[in-house]
Ligand binder design. Sequence first.
Ligand code: PAF
Length: 290
Amino acid sequence: MEVIRSLPRMTEWSDQMVRAGRSIAFVPTMGYFHEGHLSLMRMARKQAECVVVSLFVNPIQFGPAEDLSHYPRDFERDKAMAAREGIDVLFSPEVKEMYPEGALSKVTVDKLGLTLCGASRPGHFDGVTTVVAKLFNLVRPQCAVFGSKDFQQLAIIRRMVKDLNWGIDILAHPIVREDDGLAMSSRNTYLDKYSRPSALCLYNAIKMARKRVMAGFSEAEKLVIELRELILSYGNVEIEYIDIVDRDDLMTQDKINAESFLVMAVKVGNTRLIDNDHLGILLGNIVTRI
Ligand code: PAF
């Protein structure tokens, strides 16, 4: 595995691959790998001849009061894990090279970044789309793999790729969960032993929503009220949002349909957790009663 730090070397490597007719699958990450990241890498491996993983803690997607300086990092550990997965290139550029002084451009996907997580994290998704756009230009992949846990990020990146005619296949890997159902996240390391049990409120809300939908319940607003009650029955939690939205335009829905996703952001202690579930997919499994 080659570790690439410089932007010119990254484009040189990609150019060589493109000229040799070799396909590239790309996994963008902010490091501190866990099983979730490794599953993205394995999915990428199946898609193309070469796999590039980027490791870059992107400062412009963190707000002033967010956890940039505390974001967990361990380059040597990540490097060993990526090498074990048979990754071809670990691309880990320096902040000053990615964002040289005087850079003025950014990429914005209008509207979609203003709701849900975007409402409490102004500018966050502009930071994500700008870095992902730059990474796509440097790595030149045919496909890129993202985790489904970041539901809104995925919708925005898909929209950016479509609007900008990039022709890159955006693949979503299903959420990878701990044995008890907590969605894997680098931020789970912030949960202490008191808040860890309460973090299960998210997965338990998902299980309850699935049950309700499979029993034929389709009133989105009423379901959200029930889920809110369930989550608030846990200690030390603060709901940022719970909503049932359309997978593409992220608009709140009245009725659950095939495109419906349950989306949630909850603060457990000091840790902000997100989770989501494709409720619409269960509609085919509805138990009909005579
Ligand atoms: O999902 C992430 O880890 C980040 O938002 C991403 C896509 C790597 C951009 O910094």
